[in-house]
Write a protein that binds this ligand. Sequence first.
Ligand code: C2E
Ligand code: CA
Ligand code: CA
Ligand code: CA
Length: 277
Amino acid sequence: AKAAGRNGYAWFSEEMASRAKQRLVLEQGLLQARHDHSLTLQYQPQIRLADGAMTGVEALARWTHPEIGVVEPDVFIPVAEETGLIEVLGAQLLEEACRQGAIWRASGLDLHLSVNVSVRQLTGSGFIDILDAALERSGFPAGRLELEITETAMLSLDKTRGTLESIRERGVTLSIDDFGTGFSCLSLLQHLPIERLKIDKSFIQGLPDNGSSLALTLAIVSIAHSLGLDIVAEGIETPMQQEQLGSLGCAHGQGFLFAPALPADAIPGFAASRPLR
Ligand code: C2E
Ligand code: CA
Ligand code: CA
Ligand code: CA
């Protein structure tokens, strides 16, 4: 049954009769991932659009299942969320990211570090203890850490509000990920302890020519500015997009134009190749 090896798609379609079985395999793999180090992080550079300097990184989970091979985050993160495994796996990843951030700092590379956090983690028990442990054990400064939460976190705001405020009290900042794709209640934005909005790549991808992409991007930038929030545009793939977003007043961006997510040891070299800050 393991013969198809690296070709996950073929393996799934030919040998896995039911979705339930596929799921079970992913679930069992994720259970193992707590121990077998198959779940790791790569880091996508974040760029200041005005001068091209690298100011930080976003940590992105990468998983190589021992039999299926590489599984995309869009496939395994939802399984981890639904099974609740995201709580323990997310805690491990948060600490790993902080440890890596501390290693870069020790070598003189001061980077802003963004880590994705699921609603399930925020509403689960003990997230603040997990955060404190990660900061303490790694020595990474709270003020350089940002947690990215999706708009759906706002839907469970009654459950997460206290946690979000405790996060801010520690000096850790919050950003709203995939902004524009969820169901934001815009009036909530001004009451949430957030620092940045990340414009979803689906809007950026239509730039510069698609009229409605441009209109939505403009609207998001103007909401962010009027609330005093910083903006990160994700999914920048062309110099035109960089230029347009920069002139709209979007301070930071990330995307394949600059770099995909890279292994940790490639980050210092990439930083050195960018204009100096
Ligand atoms: P996201 O947080 O919105 O991350 C951005 C995604 O866009 C990443 O996909 C990244 O590789 C991809 N990307 C970056 N630049 C470009 C570009 O220029 N063009 C295009 N087409 N794509 C670009 P990835 O790594 O596959 O992650 C997918 C999603 O999985 C993430 O979306 C995030 O929601 C989730 N995820 C990843 N790692 C974690 C994690 O550690 N914890 C949690 N809770 N979720 C995670
Ligand atoms: Ca993100
Ligand atoms: Ca995003
Ligand atoms: Ca996403």
